[in-house]
Design a protein around this ligand. Structure first.
Ligand SMILES: [Zn+2]
Length: 186
């Protein structure tokens, strides 16, 4: 979070738009921050953003929207559920000759890896790691701390928020949850 991964994703896709290729960007329907259905890129190009279901409905949804696309992008991929079979669909798209880009967060605010991200990393041809800047000390931040009333807090994994709820932290500044709140069945 705050690492610029969505901007990087859009930059990568923008090059293909400039080359005249047909591009589609998918966002998870859980991400209510994005009510608009298009994204304006740095170069001012309008990129349609399709809000996609993240469960077993995803396969059919995807098939209907990718027939004409050469390049597919997926933002916030950690929010897709296992029942979506997202990794398998990404593999099929890549095998069919399409260019596929995915932006995903590595860890949740407990410090645990997002399982969906782990699965996608394992099948990726190329991986770019971006980090935010620690809100405490200015080091590279690879953790996301949930903050409620000014203090670290832990709760449901998926909760969408802006800067008031989450802040980037480095390993030194990240506050881990107590042992019983760590998720062990990864
Ligand atoms: Zn720090």
């Amino acid at each position: 979070m705050f690492s610029g991964k969505t901007s990087r994703l859009i930059e990568l896709m923008e090059r293909h738009i400039l080359a005249g290729r047909k591009v589609t960007l998918f966002k998870p329907e859980i991400d209510s921050r994005y009510s608009e259905n298009e994204v304006v890129t740095h170069k001012g190009i309008k990129l349609p953003a399709v809000i996609a279901p993240t469960d077993e409905r995803f396969g059919e949804f995807l098939a209907a929207r990718t027939r004409d696309s050469n390049v597919l992008g997926f933002d916030e991929a950690q929010f897709w559920k296992p029942s979506s079979r997202l990794p398998q669909h990404l593999e099929d798209l890549a095998n069919s000759g399409r260019t596929v880009y995915v932006a995903a967060l590595n860890r949740d605010h407990f410090g645990n890896p997002f399982r969906m991200t782990v699965d996608i990393l394992a099948i990726s041809d190329e991986i770019y790691t971006l980090s935010a800047v620690c809100s405490r000390c200015g080091s590279d931040a690879i953790f996301t701390q949930r903050i409620i009333n000014g203090s670290p807090a832990f709760g449901e994994i998926i909760r969408i928020g802006g800067k008031d709820l989450y802040e980037p932290r480095c390993r030194n500044c990240f506050v881990w949850p107590s042992a019983q709140k760590r998720i062990t069945d990864l």
